[in-house]
Ligand binder design. Sequence first.
Ligand SMILES: [Zn+2]
Length: 92
Amino acid sequence: MKWLIQILFLVSLFMFVRGILRTLFASKKAPSNFKSSNPFYSEQSKVKQGKMEKDPVCGTYVDVDTALQKSFSGKTLYFCSSDCLEKFKASH
Ligand SMILES: [Zn+2]
């Protein structure tokens, strides 16, 4: 039965080495993915930091990415909450 253990050992060693090689190839590939995905993330955070709009109902400055939006006379208005949006709809 010792040969079986040896074969199992060799097979697991082979799998181990293959796993390492795969990790090496994957990490070689990773930097290019990382670089291409990075500007996207920084761009997104730039947009998030750069664009704040005033809620016309309560006057709070809201993030355009997360705020509720409504088109009104050719402009996009941003609201901090559905309460403000409803108030705006009711008064216009
Ligand atoms: Zn508001």
